[in-house]
Design a protein. Structure first.
Length: 511
């Protein structure tokens, strides 16, 4: 007679088989909906797209209880299944069936991506996008060029020797003449050092910034400013608006907003953040020329606000053309000089398609696109943009732009959001660039904080890590190179749980 505990175990294992078999059937049904928009294309891209859809299907479910039971049985918890979802489920099902002495059931649908192929495919795409990795350091280092890089060839050569693998030109700064000089200096440095670096040209994107201040701003050593405290009011005005505020009225304190689309896209109750979140407010009123804010977050003594500071509108739907006049000079330069084009503030799949079509007409076929995820809307639409990139023929990757992303999604959510982006990109076999404030204090002062050293070590999970400019940037490159090489020697042990994932809601949009 079979002992009771064995009967119970068999019942639980059978229930797990039924649960995972149902999940597998659901994954197969969803992945069959994939229809690429480019015919007769690279087969591996289709496989990656199907794997991404299967991963989203997996994350529609809360699998934590199943994971704990699988761990108790000594089986895979499926926590590292992103790159090969169906293959993982198939392997777990086969092991469960073997445990209860059941004949393995036939698998009429082979997995799109296997375990080894998943790793190889991501490595191949990273090399096609970012160039070959350095010996014993598969994670590349990208460096944002300071203005000095246009006039100081030695600095560029030293960056390359220190470990730079990708030069980032931020077209929100400097001029086309300076950008060309940076590329010329890189060419010379490559010949001198025999190291290679690709060139990323970041499109400036729409300029959503503060403008002139009114009325009667105060002045300090850094220029004019206004100070706002929690409970006070502030009005954003369209540039050129003829509104004449009453200086006695608290609501008369105003500052210009550089983007006209902000006034059409905002509504009562929307959140607004200014100057990297130093000031936060709620929209109380909107007119054709004004957005009235109630300040809800500021420093203990209020916060200063100056011109040329960023504005974040996480709840607004802004209909902005990435190929508008603000990007014309940068696009022309990128088409001629870039290996990679950074799509700043991209938030829609159609934007990815339009930029790809522009590059198809004006640039080389191997010029890659980097989807910069820096807004809440871009984060929410990431699955669709990944599928759009996989549906074309151009190399593509994703940058986690953590500065604006933290402001828009909330600093308390940043760790969760950046993890989710890594998972989705792993499922799509899409290379990732980990960006914003990596070793920032070291690059600026020469003294890193303890937390940023840990952050730099965590960044090694991406295919590339970006450093911002600073007077000690050479030291920062050397330290990051050392950290990434050291971390590569260690096996990272990581077990993740699989609660329901919000991004899986994208599946509802499929026909």
């Amino acid at each position: 007679m079979v002992p009771l505990e064995q009967q119970t175990a068999s019942i639980e294992e059978t229930a797990l088989i039924e649960q995972l078999s149902g999940l597998r059937s659901e994954m197969l049904e969803v992945s069959e909906r994939w229809r690429p928009w480019v015919a007769q294309r690279e087969a591996d891209r289709d496989r990656s797209a199907r794997n991404l859809l299967q991963y989203l299907t997996l994350r529609r479910h809360d699998l934590r209880d199943a994971q704990y039971r699988l761990i108790e049985l000594g089986l895979s918890s499926m926590a590292d299944s992103e790159g090969h979802v169906q293959a993982t489920v198939d392997a777990v099902l086969a092991a469960l069936q073997a445990l209860i002495n059941d004949m393995p059931r036939a698998s009429p649908n082979s997995a799109p991506i296997g375990f080894a192929q998943s790793r190889e495919l991501l490595a191949q795409r990273a090399e096609a996008l970012l160039g070959p990795a350095r010996r014993k350091r598969p994670t590349r280092i990208m460096v944002t060029m300071p203005s000095e890089a246009a006039t100081n060839p030695k600095l560029v050569s030293e960056m390359l020797s220190a470990g730079m693998d990708c030069m980032r030109i931020n077209c929100a700064h400097d001029s086309p003449a300076a950008w060309r000089a940076m590329c010329k200096n890189l060419d010379a440095a490559q010949r001198h050092t025999e190291h290679h670096a690709c060139v990323l040209v970041d499109l400036p994107g729409p300029k959503l910034r503060t403008g002139s201040l009114a009325p009667q701003p105060k002045h300090d050593g850094k220029g004019d400013y206004l100070r706002r405290r929690v409970g006070e009011h502030l009005t954003l005005t369209r540039i050129g608006s003829r509104a004449n505020p009453d200086p006695e009225d608290d609501g008369g304190v105003r500052i210009e907003c550089s983007l006209d689309e902000a006034f059409a896209g905002s509504a009562r109750g929307h959140r607004v953040f200014l100057d990297d979140g130093k000031l936060g407010g709620i929209v109380e009123s909107v007119t054709e020329d004004e957005i009235g804010l109630l300040i809800t977050s500021a420093g203990p003594d209020g916060s200063k606000l100056r011109a040329e500071k960023g504005i974040n509108l996480p709840d607004a739907v802004l209909d902005i053309d990435l190929l508008g006049s603000h990007s014309e000079a940068a696009l022309e330069f990128a088409a001629a000089h870039a290996d990679l084009v950074g799509l700043s503030f991209v938030s829609r799949a159609r934007d990815v398609r339009r930029v790809s079509a522009y590059l198809e007409e004006h640039s080389r076929a191997d010029v890659g696109m980097i989807l910069k995820i820096e807004t809440q809307r871009g984060f929410e639409h990431l699955p669709g943009m990944l599928l759009e990139a996989l549906g074309g023929d151009r190399p593509a990757g994703v940058m986690i732009a953590r500065g604006d992303l933290a402001v828009e999604c909330g600093y308390e959510r940043l760790a969760e959001v950046q993890e989710e982006i890594l998972w989705l990109c792993q499922a799509a076999h899409m290379p990732v660039i980990w960006a914003t404030q990596v070793l920032d204090q070291l690059a600026k002062t020469g003294r890193p904080s303890r937390s940023e050293i840990t952050d730099a070590a965590m960044a090694g999970r991406a295919e590339c890590v970006m450093l911002n400019k600073g007077p000690r940037i050479l030291e920062a490159i050397c330290v990051l190179d050392d950290i990434l090489r050291r971390m590569e020697r260690h096996h990272r042990k990581q077990r993740r749980l699989l609660p329901q994932l919000k991004a899986a809601d994208y599946l509802q949009n499929l026909a």
